[in-house]
Structure formats: C-alpha cells, structure tokens
Design a protein around this ligand. Structure first.
Ligand SMILES: [Zn+2]
Length: 285
C-alpha cells in the first residue's frame, strides 16, 4: 500500500499565497484607496449599489465623515483593473424586504452595473451583512458566483461555500499587521497549504478614524511579497478555486484531468504540477 498523497491547490504560477481586498459602497474615498492599491500593484473588489451612486448617504455615525457615493460616470475609469461587484441596488437588507424586492435588488443592480462598466458582474457583498439560505439561492440564480459576509475568520482559509465568504480581517483589526506578518513571513511549513489573505472594509472608515496609515502600511508591506503572492480580485480567486475543484482524478489519483478552461496548479510534497485546460497529468510517485 502506497502512502496517501497530499495534493494541495496552488494558485497561478504555482504560488501558495493569494491576497485580495473587498471594499463596500463605492464612496468617494475609494479614489484614494484605489491609488494606494495601484501604486503597490495590488488588486481588489469594489461592491457598489448602482441606484445610490452619486448620492450622499445619511451619516449613520453622527460624525463629520463624508460618505458621498462616487458619481456613476467615474466608476469605469476608477475601478479599471479591479473588480466591480454588486452590493444591492438600493443597499437594502435582502432578508428584510421580501423575496420579490430582494430579487430585484440583486438582478437589477447586476444589470445596471454591467451596463455601467461594460463588462460582467459576478460577485456580491451582502448589504448590511444580512443573508439567509434564500438570499444565497437568489444570488446563485441571478448569476453571482460568490457573496461576502461581515464576520471575519482571523485565518487564511479558502471558503467551502463561496456564498458565505468570510474575510481574514477588517482593516481596523488591531492584529492586522501581526496577521499580515504571519501570512507572509510566518511558519514556512504552513506554506504548503494554499492560503488566502482577504481584507475588507469601507474606504470612508479611513477618514472616520483618521487612519489611512493602516492601509498605506499594509499595502506597502504586502507589495514586498509580489514574487510569492497572487494579487487578485475576489472573482479571479473564486473562479480559480471553483475550477480547481472540478479536477477529475483517476481511482488511485495518479492521473488528474483538467476539464476546465483555466490552467490549474497543484503540489504534492515533491513537485508542483501545472495542468493545462484539457490536459491529463500523471503524478510521479
Ligand atoms: Zn454597504
């Protein structure tokens, strides 16, 4: 009896780490955030409610922070190279408005955002973080591939259920830089597993707490690890992982067939394998 093999997913290029960002509401402060990401070669996802773009959101914090939404016409250029995802047409809680209105919120938002950016919108962040099994099903039927929730894990896990995608941390997590250090420079034995660092928040919070240094420091630190980390949007990671999970194995797992249209990578203790679309590789013992 041979020893059981330990195949692990690798990200494109055979990398074991990926980093992504998810920022909500399409606020004016996204301009500054996008410039920080771009300067550092990082990629993120921006969750927009198309019917409230250009509007001043009533300030829920009672403070002076401006949470005006970006003018719709500014979105395509600002978010070029990043992902635009849905956040509900009017940012209504999907669990509070009845299924008909919830369906409209997610389908009409998807259509308008696609018209706005001239592309596909397949990601989502639950407005106010509210979700249910019905909401998850509706998103699936409406053509969304994943949806982000609010609670974070403090880990670098890749989700089993992409319709309940938890981030690693919110940027106000007091342990943020420790987590980042653990991720990029921690125990190398852990690096055998594919790991994802997923950071989320709202860009207006940097004004609210006067802490733009948090994201400046995080982004410039992460950028040092460009050679060993896949900097990707949420949908790129989701598409990649879902494709990886479609790999077909022979009975003894010595042959692996890639039925998808994406080049996939995996590793065992000995080697890293690249499997082209339509290719079957034989794993060396
Ligand atoms: Zn929101």
């Amino acid at each position: 009896m041979k020893e059981p093999r330990m195949d692990q997913m690798r990200f494109p290029g055979g990398l074991s780490k990926a980093l992504t960002f998810s920022y909500d509401d399409g606020v004016l402060q996204d301009k500054r955030l996008v410039s920080i990401l771009n300067r550092n070669g990082l990629k993120g996802t921006f969750n927009l409610g198309s019917a409230v773009l250009g509007k001043l959101e009533p300030n829920a914090f009672g403070g002076a922070v401006d949470i005006t939404r970006l003018a719709p016409g500014d979105a395509p250029a600002l978010y070029a190279g990043h992902e635009v995802a849905g956040h509900g047409l009017y940012h209504s809680s999907l669990t509070a408005i009845g299924s008909g209105a919830a369906l409209y919120e997610i389908i009409e938002d998807r259509k308008r955002l696609e018209d706005l950016i001239g592309g596909m919108v397949r990601g989502f962040a639950y407005p106010g973080g509210s979700y249910s099994e019905d909401a998850k099903q509706m998103l699936k039927y409406a053509g969304y591939e994943y949806a982000r929730i609010v609670p974070t894990t403090g880990t670098f896990a890749i989700p089993n259920d992409f319709y309940e995608w938890s981030g690693t941390a919110h940027h106000n997590d007091p342990n943020l830089m420790q987590l980042a250090h653990d991720f990029f420079e921690g125990d190398k034995r852990m690096a055998f597993r594919a790991q994802l660092f997923y950071l989320w928040g709202h860009a207006y919070e940097f004004d609210q707490y006067d802490n733009w240094n948090v994201i400046e420091d995080f982004a410039s630190y992460a950028a040092q690890f460009a050679d060993s980390t896949w900097f990707a949007t949420n949908i790129e990671i989701c598409d990649y992982v879902k494709s990886f999970r479609k790999l077909i194995y022979s009975a003894d797992a010595s042959r692996i067939y890639n039925p998808t249209c994406i080049t996939l990578w995996l590793a065992n203790r000995r080697d890293v394998y690249k499997i082209e679309p339509g290719e079957t590789v034989t794993i060396k013992e």
